[in-house]
Design a protein. Structure first.
Length: 457
């Protein structure tokens, strides 16, 4: 029985919130699913239903929901000092401590941090820093950024322009097309028939180099990529791809920006995936989400010593580095991030993900026995499931978005939350998931797909 307060919230939400990524047609009718409470691996909706959170909120609740310690840390920091401005020469203790901790955890010499409010603002900051860096080097034309089709980098104007998912752009004005260019994503499932992974990788690297030539090497500043493409469908690149793209960047004096907003903080069993799993050390690493496990918003753009040393001098006599956000290094968010990192370390979560992640991937392979499942792929706690009409031709199901959302609804009825994205189902559970809960997730997805198949017969 829904509490009256919740009914009011449902109505207020429908009347006043401009919901992200929402189909207004169905929203007008259905409104929102009100989630009221969360604990460990579960959330509880307003009707009292317990749901296993298969998507960690939105790729972010890495340590699980409702941790008392996080609440206490946040409350203590509010009482000690909830805010003071970070501009000029003023700082706060948690921001400084977190900066040192991030430098310790990050690969290579990514020793400097620019804080923001989430993944989009951290990517915007990365682009602004790249442009500023090349200006400081006197390379004023080196401004173009190469991104990838289907990459997701956020929803602020520049981050949305870096994003290569066309569905996120319908109807919106496009900016940045003069300096942002997209190359193909690395999608092993969609690679041309008859090609080996290595041939496909060669093709992608050649395409990248050709684009640099076309844009003019003196004009191209950076490449941005997620180690594993998340919202674009959990696409894992062919072996060696990132390292080779990195080497091309270096050959053309470009910077490599790793968007680790999803892959950072343990989702792939490492603090960060770039160097540990793919063997390259980015010049800039962007993180958010798992940095605070969603207990409070925070984003961070980590930059190398070389970039810092180039930008950390006056542009002109008396000039200052005039790029700053009110909430740069917010003390409450930074204190939460420090506690979150401490919990991941203390509970050995990276080791746990190195065991439970392969278990999830292995169990999910059973879904390939279903006639509409074309591909199951991912790594550790990132899993993507493609629904197709025909496995041989990989042709999409008619109204495929409805197929994925039917499976999503079937999972909710089974007490499990998954994420439908286009014709795909995506899973990204909290790092604390057990093997039994992996079985529960995959069982719910299998049952819901079977129900969907039954409706088609
Ligand atoms: N980068 C990646 C890889 C993401 O997946 C996201 C969000 O899902 C973002 C950036 C944007 O982050 P935010 O929504 O916190 O602005």
């Amino acid at each position: 029985m829904t509490a009256p307060g919740t009914q009011t919230a449902w109505a207020q939400d429908r009347a006043h919130l401009v919901h992200p990524y929402t189909d207004f047609a169905t929203f007008a009718e259905d409104g929102s699913h009100v989630i009221e409470r969360a604990e460990d691996m579960h959330v509880f909706d307003a009707d009292g239903n317990q749901l296993l959170d298969g998507i960690a909120g939105l790729w972010c609740v890495n340590i699980g929901h409702g941790r008392q310690e996080m609440a206490e840390t946040i409350a203590k920091q509010v009482m000690d000092m909830q805010y003071y401005n970070p501009f000029g020469h003023s700082t706060n203790v948690p921001a400084a401590q977190l900066g040192a901790k991030l430098a310790e955890l990050a690969p290579g010499d990514l020793n400097h941090v620019y804080y923001s409010c989430g993944g989009s603002t951290a990517n915007d900051a990365a682009v602004r820093l790249v442009h500023y860096y090349f200006d400081m080097k006197g390379q004023h034309r080196k401004k173009k950024i190469i991104s990838r089709q289907n990459g997701y980098h956020g929803a602020t104007y520049v981050a949305a322009s870096l994003t290569g998912i066309h569905g996120t752009k319908y109807g919106f004005d496009r900016i940045g097309e003069d300096f942002i260019s997209h190359v193909s994503e690395a999608n092993l499932y969609a690679k041309p028939q008859g090609w080996s992974d290595a041939e496909y990788c060669d093709y992608l690297v050649r395409e990248f180099e050709a684009r640099i030539q076309q844009l003019g090497p003196d004009n191209v500043a950076a490449f941005i990529a997620e180690p594993i493409m998340g919202a674009g469908g959990v696409l894992v690149a062919p072996t060696g791809y990132h390292k080779r793209m990195y080497e091309v960047c270096k050959a053309y004096g470009m910077l490599y920006i790793a968007d680790e907003v999803v892959t950072g903080f343990g989702r792939l069993g490492e603090w960060f995936a770039s160097e540990a799993l793919y063997g390259y050390t980015p010049d800039i690493l962007v993180c958010a989400k798992g940095l605070t496990s969603g207990y409070i918003p925070l984003g961070a753009t980590l930059i190398s010593d070389e970039i810092y040393n180039t930008i950390a001098r006056p542009q002109c006599e008396g000039g200052v580095f005039s790029m700053g956000l009110t909430y740069f290094g917010h003390p409450v968010a930074c204190a939460a991030a420090l506690k979150n990192i401490e919990i991941i370390e203390r509970e050995g979560m990276l080791d746990h993900v190195r065991t439970v992640g392969p278990y999830l991937q292995e169990s999910a392979q059973s879904l390939l026995n279903l006639p509409v499942v074309g591909d199951v792929r991912g790594s550790h706690l990132m899993l993507g499931i493609d629904l197709v009409a025909d496995k041989a031709s990989k042709s999409p199901i008619e109204l495929s978005e409805q197929a994925a959302s039917t499976v999503f609804k079937g999972c909710v009825e089974r007490g499990v939350i998954v994420r439908p994205v286009g014709d795909r189902i995506i899973l990204s559970p909290p790092l604390i998931i057990s093997q039994d809960q992996c079985d529960e997730l995959i069982g719910a997805v299998a049952g819901s797909i079977q129900d969907f198949i039954a409706t088609q017969e």
